[in-house]
Structures are given as structure tokens and as C-alpha cells.
Design a protein around this ligand. Structure first.
Ligand SMILES: [Fe+2]
Length: 385
């Protein structure tokens, strides 16, 4: 929701008659609203009733079980180990979760005709590798590597990939919206000059011709941990126009403008988005701190109020030994972490970093799934010895 956007045909005045070309049948207006009619919203105009559903049945999508009694320990796992594969829905492997956030990765190995709706969570899909197009009721969002796609709660969408050589996604689900931090905006809502991005860095949906087709369209709906299959009598992308602030949008990590200090600056300078329950940060190539005696590697830190998850994308990660692209580390809150032995000394005098990494700091403790145990590096908790 970086700014107001409008696509296609909409009536001059909302909540008034808007007839199809025959002059008799009405388009169906749908208000997609947040925060109980007080948050951002969009008005969509459909060929058909957006609630029309032929059949609903509960289904099970196999996934790794969350381990409620697993100890929270220093964790490093290789998220590329033994992926399940499948389409953009069935390839997801959940790794960590709490009541308001879940973190999964996915190696997408096929396309499918199935539509998806996460009714209870907003999603941020980080495209580590791969390209294609995300289609939704709002239009088309072509995506490529490095793209961070935000999909509002309740959006019906599909993802089509161009090929299947190496598609890798990191998916963060949030019970509250991904928001641009308030201090990045001025009193009029425009992004400030010192924000790490500006409006032109965001890609809203592109216009897509409405699909006015009837038949049987399969939609998987996720409601918290439960899934159901809905058979729709009309194609869900039947929207002739819409306007508003609520829609899927893309920001690429390479467009993030980093901030640099004389001495080491803490993670909030890398902030991307906030939610009610966690924050997201982008670490991108940048010159290091410029004090003549600066230590670019971070000092040891003990975040007593948040768990810290880092996903490593590319480059050399100065504070970590043994991690590589596709690694994920989880440092639970309340116990300290920092650079592995030798990394602090090695960072002194280094002038810049070429790292790309993505951080999720949750305010509520996370729990691992069985998948984390299966792909973790058992020696990592001892890596500071
Ligand atoms: Fe940290």
C-alpha cells in the first residue's frame, strides 16, 4: 500500500449503478477493507458475485509438524536440503512459527491451475531465485529474483513460473499487514527523503484483461492451520477495474538504499516493513563503518524481547562462518549471539560488504518444525567455541 492506484474501468461515484455493456446487468462491487473499515481498502468491480461458490470441502496439505516442546537453541539450517517440490502451494515447507508469524521456504518444481487464498494472513513472498508472474484479482505482477512480493490478507492469487531450473521462495505469513514504518512517511503520507526507498521503487499490479469465464475453478483457502478446497463457478480474475490502497505490490531488495555510520549501526537502520508482531530488515551491499578503528562485524547482542531469524541470499556474510546462500539461522531471544571466533578480527579494516540477507525479528518466541531438525547443522550451537 505505498500509494493510491487505479486500473481498468470503475464508476465515477462508488456504490452507484455500474452497468455492463448490455446496459442491463450490473457489475458487482466488492469492498476489500482492513481494520474493520478503518484501514486501507480497495473497491473492485466483478463480472460475477465474488462470493459464488459451488462446493467447499476440507482438505489436508501435508506439512512439517510444529514441535511445541523443542528447545529454543542456536540454529542453522540448510533450507535447500531435501525440498519436497511441487507447485507454489504444495512446495511450502514451514520452518518456524508463532501465533502471529510463520516462516517457510519452497522449491517450486511445477505450475498448476489452482488458485490460492490465505484468508487469515498477509504474505510476503521473497523470490530468492526464479521468475514468472503473480496474477490476482488486481492484475498481473511480473516477478524475478530479489523481488519481495506483498500479498494482502484474503487476496486470491496464482503464481506461474517461467521454468523449473531453480525456483526458491521464502514465505513469511503475518496475521497483521506488512506496513511501511510510519517514520518513513511525512505528515501527508509521502515517503520521506531519508527513507530507504521511494514510491517509484514499488511495482503495483499491471492491468490484466478480465476473464469472464464460467466453469469449475479450484481454489485452496487457508484459514490459520486449516485448508479447504472451494470450487468456484466463475473465474476469480473477472475484475474489470478497481481502485484503492490495498493490492499486491513488489519491492526488489536491490532497490533498498542502505544507511552507513561512522561506527556500527544497529539493525533498525536496515528496516523494510513492520507488522504488529515482527519487523523485517534488508541487508544489502554497502560501505562499512568509516571510523579509523571501527569494527564492522556486529558486537555480541542479547535481544531479550525478540527472536532473530536471518535468511542468507548472496555474498560473503561477514559475521558468520559456515553459512551460505539458502542458509537460515535462528537466534532465540534472551541468549546472546554474535560473530563466530575470528570473524570480528577479520572484519577490521574491511571497507565494504557485498552481502544480501533478509531478517525477521519476532516479538513472540518462535517454535521450530520437524523440518528444521531434519536440515539443521548439529554443530552450530558449539560454533563459538
Ligand atoms: Fe543478531
Amino acid at each position: 500500500m505505498p500509494f493510491y492506484h487505479k486500473l481498468g474501468e470503475i464508476p465515477r461515484v462508488k456504490h452507484t449503478t455500474f452497468y455492463k455493456i448490455d446496459g442491463k446487468e450490473l457489475y458487482r462491487e466488492e469492498l476489500v477493507s482492513s481494520k474493520g473499515f478503518s484501514g486501507i481498502y480497495s473497491n473492485l468491480y466483478h463480472h460475477h458475485l465474488p462470493s459464488a461458490t459451488r462446493e467447499i470441502k476440507k482438505i489436508v496439505i501435508e506439512g512439517s509438524k510444529t514441535l511445541d516442546d523443542a528447545p529454543a537453541v542456536y540454529t542453522h539450517c540448510d533450507t535447500d536440503k531435501d525440498p519436497r517440490g511441487g507447485d507454489y502451494i504444495h512446495s511450502r515447507e514451514k520452518l518456524l512459527e508463532n501465533s502471529q508469524c510463520s516462516i517457510s521456504t519452497a522449491k517450486v518444481t511445477q505450475n498448476s491451475e489452482i488458485f490460492y487464498r490465505n484468508a487469515r494472513a498477509a504474505e510476503l513472498i521473497f523470490v530468492h531465485h526464479g521468475s514468472g508472474v503473480l496474477k490476482s484479482s488486481y492484475g498481473a505482477n511480473p516477478f524475478g529474483s530479489g523481488d519481495q512480493i506483498v500479498i494482502p490478507k484474503g487476496t486470491i492469487y496464482s503464481m506461474e513460473f517461467e521454468d523449473f531450473d531453480n525456483n526458491k521462495l521464502l514465505i513469511v505469513e503475518s496475521s497483521s499487514a506488512f506496513e511501511i514504518p510510519k517514520h518513513f512517511r511525512n505528515e501527508y503520507g509521502q515517503l520521506n527523503e531519508d527513507a530507504p526507498y521511494c514510491e517509484r521503487d514499488f511495482r503495483p499490479p499491471e492491468f490484466m484483461e478480465p476473464i469472464n469465464e464460467s466453469g469449475e475453478f479450484k481454489l485452496i483457502v487457508k484459514m490459520d492451520a486449516q485448508y479447504s478446497e472451494h470450487i468456484l463457478p466463475n473465474h476469480p480474475f473477472d475484475v474489470v477495474g478497481w481502485d484503492g490502497y490495498l493490492y499486491p505490490f513488489i519491492f526488489n531488495i536491490k532497490d533498498y538504499h542502505p544507511k552507513v555510520g561512522r561506527i556500527h549501526l544497529p539493525p533498525p537502520v536496515h528496516l523494510l516493513y513492520t507488522t504488529n508482531a515482527f519487523v523485517l530488515c534488508n541487508f544489502v551491499p554497502r560501505p562499512f563503518d568509516f571510523h579509523e578503528a571501527a569494527i564492522p562485524a556486529p558486537y555480541f547482542h542479547n535481544n531479550v524481547d525478540s527472536d532473530e531469524v536471518l535468511y542468507y541470499l548472496d555474498g560473503d556474510f561477514m559475521s558468520r562462518k559456515g553459512v551460505s546462500a539458502g542458509s537460515l539461522t535462528w537466534h532465540p531471544g534472551g541468549i546472546p549471539h554474535g560473530p563466530q571466533p575470528g570473524r570480528t578480527e577479520a572484519s577490521v579494516g574491511v571497507e565494504r560488504t557485498d552481502e544480501y540477507a533478509f531478517m525477521i525479528d519476532t516479538f513472540e518466541p518462535l517454535k521450530p518444525t520437524k523440518k528444521v531438525q531434519e536440515c539443521q547443522d548439529d554443530n552450530y550451537p558449539k560454533s563459538w567455541l
